[in-house]
Ligand binder design. Structure first.
Ligand code: PEP
Length: 252
């Protein structure tokens, strides 16, 4: 079985200003210097990326975007391209976050296009998948996650997951304080890996599948100890350096 290096990524969403961000990244950088058991990344709002890039230059913390355009450049007011993110040293970019799917109408095919645009710009997409509460309660979790994955596989092939990260984020757990149990999360992570394994075992063994949804320092240890959970995509808790660093430490 492949050894997968854990990844803990912070999704700051639309939070922060220059002063708060400079302090937050300084503490995270200092904290991460003290251990190297996992890859650590932060995904600030676009406008704070230059500042974060300057503060984190030289490692060990990576950074990324929360979204990108499907286009390379041109008359697309308000959009940011993959190559612009790359130019500012981004390694990762989140695609298909449930807030983008629900609040901004991003459907599976648009998410697949963004995933492709990220890889074309040599960024590593963090592809978010996950079911709503209603879908879980009607036993459709696996169908929904399979549908979201299939859109990407159809467009870019299973081998594209050699250069991607998947984040399983049950929508009902995001920002609600309600974390999936380690068993609930592991079941879906195993399902995702199993689905990829049917198509390509080595891709399935190598791809990192993160859990996201109200992960906190107190819940991280048990979640990250599950065999198919390779790290976390952390929203609210990534805005506190102490909390975020505790989660990173739990990702052994
Ligand atoms: C997220 O937005 O990706 C997320 C997991 O948020 P939270 O940790 O706040 O639930």
């Amino acid at each position: 079985m492949a050894t997968r290096r854990p990844l803990v990524a912070g999704n700051w969403k639309m939070h922060g200003n220059r002063v708060e961000t400079a302090a937050l990244v300084a503490t995270i950088r200092h904290g991460v210097d003290a251990f190297s058991v996992a890859d650590v990344a932060v995904c600030p709002p676009f406008i704070l990326i230059p500042l974060v890039a300057e503060k984190l230059a030289g490692g060990p913390v990576f950074w990324g975007g929360q979204n990108l355009s499907t286009h390379k450049s041109g008359a697309y007011t308000g959009e940011i391209s993959g190559s612009m993110l790359k130019d500012y040293g981004c390694t990762y970019v989140i695609v298909g976050h449930s807030e983008r799917r629900t609040l901004y109408g991003e459907n599976d095919s648009l998410v697949a296009e963004k995933y492709g645009a990220a890889q074309a710009a040599e960024l590593i997409p963090i592809l978010c998948v996950g079911e709503t509460l209603q879908e879980r309660e009607s036993n459709r979790t696996e169908d929904v996650v399979a549908r979201q994955l299939n859109a990407v596989i159809r467009a870019h092939g299973v081998s594209s997951f050699k250069h991607a990260v998947i984040a399983y984020e049950p929508v009902w757990a995001i920002g609600t304080g309600k974390t999936a149990t380690p068993e609930q999360a592991q079941d879906v992570h195993r399902f995702i890996r199993g689905r990829l394994a049917v198509m390509d075992k080595s891709v399935a063994d190598g791809v990192r599948i993160l859990y996201g949804g109200s992960m906190k320092a107190t819940s991280a240890g048990e979640l990250l100890a599950q065999p198919d959970i390779d790290g976390g995509l952390v929203g609210g808790a990534s805005l506190s350096a102490d909390e975020f660093l505790s989660i990173c430490r739990a990702a052994k």
